[in-house]
Ligand binder design. Structure first.
Ligand code: AMP
Ligand code: GLY
Length: 425
């Protein structure tokens, strides 16, 4: 291992800002770069707003003598960035990325290797799909391919199922991602996100967290990319954790070995806990967003060192700060539908916009910096993260910070991030 490295982080969201913020403090870092980055990332890394095609990334890596690449979003990995670049890239191969890139692949894999998941059927013909759902209640309709977290429709009644099938398979609102659908039983329980750093047989867990997928309080409204998260969560006790390890992670590793798929990177398990039993809702092949923004402020260790050690095949014991971390997403008017852009973000002081301030860290997602000011540039705009000794205090700190310090026209956010955990406490 070289002693100091040039690092390139790919992506432009809050997750990538959190990764850059954490890597910035690494004793292994020479220079930090990001493509395409955002307003906040430009405060901690050298941001290049070039079009992030594989060819452009490869050229950039050679020009800037990049030693390691860390892709944030799944798209780069599904497109095969890890196979394409000639430098170490922390993320699975194109082949292994099908675990997220195709729900049909992931569900068949889980069935084959006895990984607990909701019962399902697969259809490539909308008429057959509609025939199947006739007179049924409580099913979930999922487009096969990538849809930025919006390709899943949880339906109580048949009418909604038909609408979902029409949107995905006939209107093709997600393009070829909707050539096939998975239709599965609706599980009733509580969700959790488990991130695992995985290199073949070696795995290291990050602390468990919980996302809030729906746009409105009380888990109402359509699904989004994630409206907020907190970590850790007592929902995952030691017994459940052991089941996750034995029934999910070990079986998955066994399956990957048999299928001759080499996996190195982050594996994200989207779980539904049903009466203390974990079921996999989805695999993601990368860090979660916004889970990462909640998790990394609690990590004591050097993230770059961790990534380098994982890539060398080590199993690690990570050190975590005590307490809770809460991350609230501030979104643009209209999100997760069509949303507005270009609104000036008003911070109470210039300093507030720049990450750390008292107990708060501000991670930028869809922002753009112009002439020293920040403007909205995406659906999810800012992630306000706070760490405190209790979940109650962490929630209070974050929400009072938002009320007093940040505003943009049309801004909306959930007021109940972490509330389930507060009630558990
Ligand atoms: P996925 O992208 O497959 O994780 O689905 C997105 C979201 O839809 C999940 O986080 C859940 O909130 C919900 N969901 C997906 N599958 C199911 C299921 N089988 N039962 C209940 N809710 C589900
Ligand atoms: N938080 C959901 C995701 O990263 O896909």
């Amino acid at each position: 291992m070289k002693s100091k490295l040039n690092v390139l982080v790919l992506g432009s969201g809050g997750r990538e800002h959190a990764i850059c913020w954490k890597i910035k403090e690494s004793s292994y870092l020479k220079k930090l770069f990001s493509i395409p980055g955002n307003g906040g990332i430009s405060e901690v890394a050298n941001v290049y707003e070039i079009k992030p095609t594989l060819e452009n990334i490869k050229r950039f890596v050679e020009e800037k003598e990049i030693d390691i690449v860390i892709p944030g979003p799944e798209k780069f990995l599904v497109d095969g960035v890890s196979d394409y670049l000639n430098v170490p890239t922390f993320g699975p191969s194109k082949n292994a990325s099908l675990l997220e890139g195709s729900k049909v692949f992931a569900k068949n894999f889980m069935k084959k290797y006895d990984i607990p998941t909701a019962n399902f059927e697969i259809f490539d013909d909308p008429l057959k799909a509609k025939e199947y759902i006739k007179n049924k209640n409580n099913l979930v309709i999922k487009a096969d391919g990538l849809c930025a977290g919006k390709g899943v429709f949880v339906c109580e009644e048949e009418k909604k199922m038909i609408e979902a099938i029409d949107k995905i398979m006939i209107e093709k609102i997600f393009g070829s991602s909707g050539d096939k659908v998975v239709i599965e039983e609706k599980l009733i329980g509580e969700e959790a996100s488990i991130l695992v750093l995985l290199n073949r047989e070696n795995y290291t867990f990050l602390i468990p967290s919980q996302d809030h997928k729906q746009v409105y309080d009380g888990d109402k409204g359509p699904n989004t990319g994630g409206m907020g998260a907190y970590a850790p969560t007592k929902l995952i006790d030691d017994t459940i954790m052991k089941k996750i390890e034995d029934k999910i992670v070990k079986r998955l590793i066994n399956g990957l070995k048999i299928e001759e798929i080499n996996y190195c990177g982050v594996l994200y398990l989207g779980l539904m806990i049903v009466e203390k039993e974990p079921f996999v809702l989805e695999f993601n092949i990368r860090f979660g967003d916004p889970e990462t923004q909640a998790i990394l402020p609690l990590l004591e260790d050097d993230l770059l060192e961790i990534i380098l050690k994982i890539m060398e095949g080590e199993k690690l014991k990570l050190k975590w700060k005590d307490g809770y971390s809460v991350c609230v997403v501030l979104a643009s008017k209209g999100y997760p539908g069509e949303y507005e852009k270009g609104k000036e973000i008003k911070f109470s002081s210039r300093h507030v916009a720049n990450s750390e301030w008292k107990d708060i860290i501000v991670f930028h997602a869809g922002t753009k910096k112009k002439n020293g000011k920040f403007y909205t540039n995406g659906g999810r705009v800012l992630n306000i993260c706070g760490r405190e000794n209790s979940i109650k205090k962490a929630r209070e700190t974050v929400y009072s910070f938002i009320e007093e310090n940040v505003y943009f026209e049309g801004m909306h956010y959930r007021r109940d991030i972490g509330l389930k955990e507060e009630r558990r406490e």
